[in-house]
Design a protein around this ligand. Structure first.
Ligand code: FES
Length: 80
């Protein structure tokens, strides 16, 4: 992958995940519905990442798109 993702925000966003309900995590950073895909990646090298939570509850998902543990924030935004 040669294109760099857009930094949607330099902090994570809290969402409520539901066990077994797949989400589509935005990896390009261009989605207007962060942290989820809205189709804005079309025409780029990016595609959304499917993730199915094993448990329900709150989670902090990455918006800077630099995390090494997508879809979760790993603190990488602190270096931006
Ligand atoms: S928001 Fe991307 S690592 Fe924290």
């Amino acid at each position: 992958m040669s294109e760099k993702p857009t930094i949607a925000a330099k902090q994570p966003i809290e969402v409520t995940l539901t066990a077994g309900n797949e989400i589509w995590f935005c990896t390009c950073g261009k989605s207007a519905t962060q942290p989820f895909c809205d189709g804005a990646h079309k025409g780029s090298d990016f595609s959304p990442m499917g993730y199915t939570p094993e448990s329900s509850g709150p989670a902090w998902l990455c918006q800077c798109k630099q995390t090494q543990t997508p879809p979760f924030c790993d603190g990488s935004h602190n270096a931006l």
